[in-house]
Design a protein around this ligand. Structure first.
Ligand code: GLY
Ligand code: MN
Ligand code: MN
Length: 432
């Protein structure tokens, strides 16, 4: 661990301590217990489903796979970590990392699943619904108090120097995976081969990815959250879309690249280049105070320009936006807050906690608040040929070039996604 990262983590923990002390005071609490969560077994089986610890637990300890453990924060005391480490010869108990946070906590290694000790006015957050002790906890503490959780969510919206360093490292590791995925595509691999190449180069096993990697060849590139990995390579190679990440100390990268294949219509490569430029142009507009909804709308204008410039739409760019044409080619949001969760918390609230839902015209947008320094967001413009969304337009009299659309449909679509830090003067692209 570098000296800088070491010091940054100490400062991160110290600042979390101060912020939590303030939250306890704001909510007249003496103690707060944060449950890590635990994995559920498949129904009638003894194997568990995939698992990720509760975000507010990871915020302190940086480990995304800790189960049956508790963190207790009390006013004017050191954090108490009750780490579940059973005597178990079937599994390796959780190992504590050699990181400075460990020295800032009182760590209790627990061989049993415990109920956290709570004193005075207490609250409990995390998924405790299926714990045997849930009723007992409800007697001595407020469970999941909404206003408190909102305030803790807000703490995660702007990132500390330590968190930014972790997000940058997650990006560096993910970029190595993306380079290997592209090489595998050039080598005519199947989707599963691309996935395995990505995992190997980004040094992670599949259960550790922050979200299921989206690896779509050809039409599958147009399925927004495509979830399979075909075992054999298609005969024709038109396109590859890879939306894949990596965690570092709990913090997520979320990067997408799209590549043209040897059998694609030539216009597809030109569209990918145009989408890269649009992504860079949108990033150039990022600065404190920028309204993310307005930036999302700017994306639609840029996409309309591309549809016109590349002969997909033979009307004006303005009319393509007004008539909802761009929404049929791009049905998701421009981006979201990124951190301990890929779609991080508090994106649909104003800084004072009031709800800020997505506008009716853009219901999939996950971030509606103005940008401020320290926020990390994704910028992910796209252009897709999704039959289900384009079909209703075919019966209308819009000047869409359906011949070209139909030629390009075999390529599925394009998404380009970078992870961007908002700085005091503009932005810093973490995806290099
Ligand atoms: N990988 C999911 C997303 O880009 O939001
Ligand atoms: Mn994303
Ligand atoms: Mn993504």
């Amino acid at each position: 661990m570098s000296a800088t990262l070491y010091q940054q983590q100490r400062e991160h923990i110290a600042s979390l301590q101060r912020a939590y002390q303030q939250c306890l005071a704001n909510h007249q609490l003496d103690s707060l217990a944060i449950y890590s969560g635990h994995a559920r077994n498949h129904f009638a089986d003894d194997h568990a489903t995939s698992f990720q610890s509760y975000g507010h637990f990871i915020h302190w300890v940086g480990m995304a796979d800790v189960q049956h453990s508790w963190l207790v924060i009390q006013s004017n005391q050191r954090p108490q970590l009750y780490l579940y480490t059973p005597a178990d010869f079937w599994h390796l108990p959780t190992q504590l990392p050699e990181e400075p946070w460990v020295a800032e906590f009182d760590v209790h290694l627990c061989s049993d699943k415990i109920t956290p000790p709570l004193s005075g006015r207490a609250a409990v957050i995390g998924d405790v619904t299926e714990l045997e002790s849930a009723a007992q906890l409800a007697n001595v503490a407020t469970l999941q108090p909404e206003a408190l959780v909102r305030e803790l969510d807000e703490l995660r919206m702007t990132k500390s120097a330590y968190e930014i360093a972790c997000l940058r490292e997650a990006n560096r590791l993910a970029v190595a995976g993306h380079q290997a995925a592209n090489a595998a595509f050039i080598g005519a691999a199947a989707e599963l081969d691309v996935q395995l190449a990505y995992l190997a180069a980004s040094r992670q096993r599949e259960s550790e990815v922050p979200y299921q990697n989206i690896i779509g060849l050809n039409e599958h590139a147009g399925v927004l959250h495509y979830q399979h990995y075909d075992l054999s390579a298609p005969k024709q190679r038109y396109s590859l879309l890879v939306d894949a990440g990596r965690r570092f100390r709990g913090y997520c990268a979320d990067i997408t690249r799209t590549y043209t294949g040897p059998d694609a219509p030539s216009e597809f490569g030109a569209l990918i280049t145009a989408m890269h430029s649009l992504k860079d142009e949108l990033i150039a507009h990022i600065a404190p105070g920028v309204d993310f909804v307005a930036l999302h709308e700017k994306m639609h204008q840029g996409l309309a320009d591309i549809l016109v410039a590349h002969g997909l739409y033979n009307g004006s760019a303005e009319s393509a936006v007004e008539a909802g044409i761009t929404r049929a080619f791009y049905p998701h949001g421009l981006g979201h807050s990124l951190g301990i969760q890929v779609h991080d918390v508090a994106g649909l609230r104003q800084p004072d906690g009031t709800p800020s839902p997505a506008p009716n015209a853009h219901p999939a947008l996950r971030l509606t608040r103005p940008l401020q320094p320290g926020m990390v967001v994704t910028i992910e413009p796209g252009l897709y040929f999704i039959p289900m969304l384009l079909a209703p337009l075919r019966n209308q009299s819009h000047p869409v070039n359906w011949t070209l659309v139909d030629q390009l449909a075999v390529c599925g679509g394009i998404r380009i996604e970078d992870n961007i830090l908002v700085t005091d003067s503009g932005s810093d692209n973490l995806t290099q």
